[in-house]
Design a protein around this ligand. Sequence first.
Ligand code: F6P
Length: 538
Amino acid sequence: MHTSAWQAVQEEIAATRPLHLRELFAQDPRRADKMTVRAAGWTLDYSKHRVTPTLLQRLVALAEAADLRRWTEAMFTGEAINRTEQRAVLHTALRNPPDQPVQVDGQDVMPEVHAVLDKMAVFADQVRKGEWRGQTGKNIRYVVNIGIGGSDLGPAMACEALRPYSKRALKLLFVSNIDGTHLAEVLRQVKPAQTLFIVASKTFTTQETMTNARSARAWLVASLGEAAVARHFVAVSTSTAEVDKFGIDTANMFGFWDWVGGRYSLPSAIGLPVMLAIGPKHFRRMLAGYHAMDVHFRTTPYERNVPVLLALLGILYHNGYGAESLAVLPYDQYLARLPAYLQQLDMESNGKAVDRQGQAVVGTTGPIVWGEAGTNGQHSFYQLIHQGTHLIPCDFIGFCHSQNPLGDHHDKLMANFFAQTEALAFGKTAEQCRAEGVPESLVPYRTFEGNRPTSSLLADELTPTTFGALMAMYEQKVFTQGIIWDVFSFDQWGVQLGKQLADKILPELTSPEAPVGQHDASTNALIRRYRKSRGRDV
Ligand code: F6P
């Protein structure tokens, strides 16, 4: 991090640390108004954070010192900012209007982007209208997406999030884990003649996806014959050669590009299951929501810039207060998979210990992201957030209107959202406990320190547009933090070693001959134990 700018932030943290949120609110009756900003249908109230106007100014100066503006322009204009892989980072082009050119290596990528979207739309309409038929002439009722990581988490989460906009007769299912149980349980729910498989993989070489795809193919062929593959398998990938090699007709392939990172690929063809579920019109609304947030991020001064503020507040706690995690708490059942999606987005992007100069980073990077849909979390881990010893900043996310207005459920849900942020911020003093008649011996246990920071993110309704905007908000937050931490956010070398070792261990598990122990004593013993149980070494 930029040293002198960070130093200035730290000095202000030291000056403000003793201030409780109770005092900050008491000092300025307009605090909530002043610390509320809007973007693309979303309202962010960040007043329940341990910030003063001066601290905020200094955090903004930190973003400026990190050259965030220049890096942002570099990203939006197709510079190869993913330097360790020498690639542009252009997921923003995926939701860019067709008449605004974006150049990569001197070529406008927008025509290609929209050509793929159009091809997806034609296909999605055919499937949705029952015009795309399976081998036996039946319409498609089940869509099984086979992918993992960015080729699974985004579409799975989005299909769930946008279920009210979906064609309910079409059942969307997702297989990601290489554990055969995942595929087997999904296949039990579908009928071969009415199932469409989408094999989604940027590289089309990922072990989990290829293994699942081969098994799914064998399952289909066993019941409908080899010729059925063309009607029941489509591919989403950047690699025509690998798709061809696998045996999927490349006419049934939806492409994307190496400048789309896996965890940023939901608005690309990787979103095909989402388009099949909600239709092209809603999918384009989702892209419009993404774009609106991109424009906000690119053009709004940092003091009012939602993704930048979220990023700066995250850095304040992570680096300034030593908070290691971030709890994401969506008060909407449809967003139940959001924490899992954000884990990859954030942790695979900024879980880095080496800076852009190849040196060890100073301090820590990348929060541990976790969470659960409200109110379930309240009956599980909120105790630790309220009264535990860890400082855990939280993102509360909710909507004014429910997609399922059932009695007073929604008012109760949102009463809980607002109550939790109030309780976390203001707590309950020992005096308040005593005034309520709490016995003195219990006062320490019934006291809430408060001063627990939360962001409140509120929109009118969960629509494709507000959903898209929320996704871009988090993407740009992660980008901003990566720039300030001075790390490369768009590679993921950290996943390689385990993959390589698994490839090496696999034949050692299956070979008829007992392998010569080639690993450490623990791993060798585990391999022996496994082989013995499988009857391979008796
Ligand atoms: O886990 C590593 C990773 O490369 C992710 O970044 C990616 O989203 C996932 O594997 C799947 O990759 P692919 O889409 O190439 O199958």
